[in-house]
Design a protein around this ligand. Structure first.
Ligand code: NIG
Ligand code: FE
Length: 418
């Protein structure tokens, strides 16, 4: 199986020397090749360059090679969506109406809505139903250019249902052509029965959930919703410490609702990423500088819940890297459209298109521990790319918000769509 794409108007996010991620000023550098070709062999990117295609490459063209003429079109590396909760049952538009009436996310949660509501629905759904619903979401985001995605548990809130969610994610890994990593989020919310004994729930996460998740090898990472009204820094510390003992590195929800100390405890445990970050001040920025933790911003949630926007410009100016992800979930961001994330990155966070594209490709690949193999067009990386519709410039991607600019999708070296 091989693919040769010719006459590419512009090949985007090309790396001669692959980097793990880009930070600060380097975020505004986006390497591209105009009038390019791209050769894919098996599931890998073999080579690329400026047209015409060299004779040596043409020699490899055989009757089984798919040759695609991309005149007027661009080729991007697939988007990496490093934070989603896309395994869930049903939807929560009823709460959306409450939100329009003026109730906050926390008020809705206090009335038994929110995460606890999704937990009830998940409990009642079979694994087959959950797989079917999630597959259709994966299909939808694939068509919009996503090629790798992180999926969290967290709507279980008890041992059995958390394991059920993680088994669903494992099924998706075999059924979907997308690269999927799994994160265990046992401490997502406190279930109703544990309201006055939150510490007992935390004990259950530590002594029952983590050991089982680890022994069944159901997760790559561990998450905690460390924020006002959810889990404290101390509880997060205990859970991350327990996770680490089982080889689960942290990727946590932090500083969405307050200066919660989540960023600091994440960095303390060398988290791969800390996510949300609406409440990020000088102290948090200082703490992140020099760490290996990727600050990850979720524009969909800030938009949908009408929150403050994370101070991304300040973070980049301070020298930090920034990744962006969709947070696809039924409560705070019912969309996994990474092209819309790109648009919001530019409009709401004043990122330049180059910075935004870096945030949703190489930096978000890093935030899943995948940047060695995904997130850019580099020789030897997995061939996850998409060919756009004819577009005038790469800035058109964030500019023309709302429409799908991806036309043909290649995953693992196979043309899966278009
Ligand atoms: O990332 N903040 C916590 N968890 C999700 C929301 C989950 C839900 O409301 O169902 C988030 O926004
Ligand atoms: Fe989230």
């Amino acid at each position: 199986m091989s693919i040769l794409i010719t006459n590419i108007k512009e090949l985007i996010q090309v790396e001669e020397k692959p980097q793990r991620m880009v930070a600060g000023k380097a975020m505004s550098v986006l390497k591209t090749i105009k009038n390019a070709w791209l050769q894919i062999e098996g599931d890998r990117i073999k080579d690329f360059g400026t047209m015409p295609v060299p004779v040596s490459v043409m020699h490899h063209v055989s009757p089984v090679t798919t040759v695609i003429d991309a005149s007027g079109k661009m080729v991007f590396p697939s988007f990496c969506d490093s934070h989603t909760h896309l395994v869930y049952a049903g939807s929560r538009e009823i709460e959306y109406i409450d939100k329009i009436k003026g109730l906050s996310y926390e008020e809705i949660a206090r009335r038994g809505g929110g995460i606890v509501n999704s937990a009830k629905r998940l409990h009642d759904a079979t694994e087959e139903e959950l797989v079917e619903q999630a597959l259709s979401r994966l299909n939808e985001i694939m068509k919009m250019g996503t090629g790798a995605v992180e999926i969290k548990s967290g709507y279980g809130l008890n041992v059995q249902d958390e394991l059920k969610m993680l088994r669903v994610i494992r099924s998706l890994q075999t059924l979907s052509p997308l690269k999927i990593v799994a994160t265990f989020l046992g401490a997502h919310a406190v279930p109703a029965g544990y309201k006055d004994r939150q510490h007992e729930f935390v004990d259950m996460v530590i002594t029952e959930m983590i050991p089982q998740v680890a022994s069944d090898e159901l997760a790559d990472y561990i998450d905690v919703f460390c924020d006002r009204g959810f889990f404290t820094v101390l509880e997060t510390d205990r859970i991350l410490n327990a996770g680490l003992k089982y080889g689960l590195r942290a990727k946590i929800h932090a500083n969405e609702l307050d200066y919660s100390g989540g960023i600091q405890v994440g960095v303390k445990y060398n988290a791969l990423s800390v996510d949300h970050l609406e409440y990020t001040g000088d102290e948090e920025i200082k703490c992140l500088l020099g760490s290996d933790t990727m600050p990850t911003v979720l524009p969909g949630a800030a938009f949908f819940l009408e929150m403050n926007y994370a101070p991304v410009r300040k973070m980049i100016n301070a020298g930090l890297p920034v990744a962006m992800a969709s947070d696809f979930n039924p409560g705070s961001s019912p969309s996994g459209n990474m092209q819309f994330v790109l648009s919001m990155a530019c409009i709401k966070y004043r990122m330049f298109p180059e910075e935004a594209i870096n945030a949703v490709t190489i930096n978000s690949a890093y935030a899943m521990g995948l940047s060695d193999e995904y997130g850019s067009i580099a020789r030897g990386k997995i061939a996850n790319v998409f060919i756009t519709k004819p577009i005038p410039t790469y800035s058109f991607m964030p500019y023309a918000y709302g429409s799908n600019k991806a036309e043909q999708i290649i995953l693992n070296g196979n043309l899966v769509c278009g």
